[in-house]
Design a binder for this molecule. Structure first.
Ligand SMILES: *Cc1c(COP(=O)(O)O)cnc(C)c1O
Length: 369
């Protein structure tokens, strides 16, 4: 079906940047530097400068960056890692890949992010780390989580896969915890022309070890210091990301304007609208509302040619993949209710402002008939 208001589109962005992207890709083809190489190194320097961070280690996915973080912390079987059940599954995969156990605590209803008080209550002698997420672009309460971690001697890894440019007290995410993972999956605020990710850190020894782990554990060729991975970013993606990074502030400003417009239109309806906490700014990765009859609202929008999406319909503690952890329905009620009620509205930087008007009018009609 050809939607009147698509949920998401990259066509306009890639069309507008086509000449820049063609030139960048052509130069990689001419250079032959397809795996890591000068374009990836330049991207690492430029993203580090943009984020105000010391080291960027570019990878071939956000999941790989999260896994590197888990390896750097030397997580192992028997360790517990406190994390959120309401996120994309890769946050937990990184923990599980090391043999450590994800321990889920509930979120706060307004932010969809980890509740720091429940994090503190879940710490045991086996707890080694906390993996919070900045969901939908909204920074979690990272200061409170860092306090819990400092009190108990725990490490923190920020999952900023959805939060490029989000700030707390004007400092970008990626500068609070010792390790932060970003994703450059095409739909993210900064997207590659395929897969991509990065680990960000201000710690020199973490950076040195992460660079080796990313490249088969090598600092020099064919000498493997430890069992490593092929998590290298491709040269073509580094070149494409350098192009898109130059426009990221513009894209994020457009997201902010669209979000403001949605909020103005939707205020007063029996919906929960997204918020920003005092002192923090969302990167507005998604615009997510909640409605008691979420599925009815989604159908109503679909009937009018308006797309929408659910991030995420099943919280991680109830996923088949984690059945062995033994969580029951009802264990984490706020996350479970969110998974039944959240709806992401059409949202991407190039979306015409008028589409927010069409979507909002259709939502208003749903409540007024
Ligand atoms: C996208 C995403 C990831 C994984 O990133 P990939 O690049 O797709 O591997 C991890 N965590 C969150 C919250 C994400 O949104």
């Amino acid at each position: 079906m050809n939607l009147k208001v698509p949920y998401f589109s990259l066509a306009e962005q890639n069309r507008a940047l086509r000449a820049e992207l063609d030139a960048a890709i052509g130069s990689v083809i001419d250079s032959g530097a397809f795996c890591l190489g000068p374009e990836v190194e330049a991207f690492e320097r430029e993203f580090a400068a943009w984020n105000g961070s010391r080291h960027v280690i570019a990878t071939n996915s956000g999941t790989a960056a999260l896994h590197l973080a888990a390896r750097l912390l030397k997580l192992q079987p028997g360790d517990e890692v406190i994390t959120t059940p309401f996120t994309f599954a890769a946050t937990s995969w990184a923990i599980s890949y090391t043999g450590a156990t994800p321990v889920y605590v509930d979120i706060t209803p307004a932010t969809y992010n980890l509740d720091p008080d429940q994090v503190a209550a879940a710490v045991t002698p086996r707890t080694k780390a906390i993996f919070p997420v900045h969901l939908y672009g909204l920074p979690c309460d990272i200061a409170a989580i860092q306090r819990v971690a400092a009190d108990r001697g725990l490490a923190v890894v920020e999952d900023a896969a959805q939060a490029h440019g989000a700030t707390v007290d004007d400092v970008k995410v990626g500068n609070f915890a010792p390790l932060t993972a970003f994703s450059f999956y095409p739909t993210k605020n900064l997207g590659a022309l395929g897969e991509g990710g990065a680990l960000v850190t201000n710690d020199d020894s973490f950076a040195d070890r992460a660079r080796a782990l990313r490249n088969h554990g090598c600092r020099e060729r064919y000498r493997h210091a430890e069992v490593g991975y092929n998590y290298r970013m491709e040269g073509l993606q580094g070149a494409a990301l350098r192009v898109k990074l130059r426009h990221l502030d513009t894209f994020n400003a457009k997201r902010r304007a669209l979000a403001r417009r949605y909020t103005e239109h939707l205020r007063g309806l029996p919906l929960t609208l997204p918020v920003e906490r005092p002192g923090s700014r969302s990167a507005w990765h998604l615009y997510v509302i909640r409605a008691a009859d979420r599925d009815g609202l989604a159908r109503h929008l679909a009937d009018r040619g308006i797309g929408s999406a659910i991030h995420y319909p099943i919280p991680l503690h109830l996923q088949p993949a984690y059945a062995a952890l033994g969580y029951r329905a009802g264990a984490l009620p706020v996350a479970e209710q969110a998974s039944r009620e959240v709806l992401a509205l059409p949202f991407y930087p190039e979306m015409p402002l008028e589409h927010t008007d069409l979507v909002s009018a259709a939502i208003r009609e749903f409540f007024h008939h």
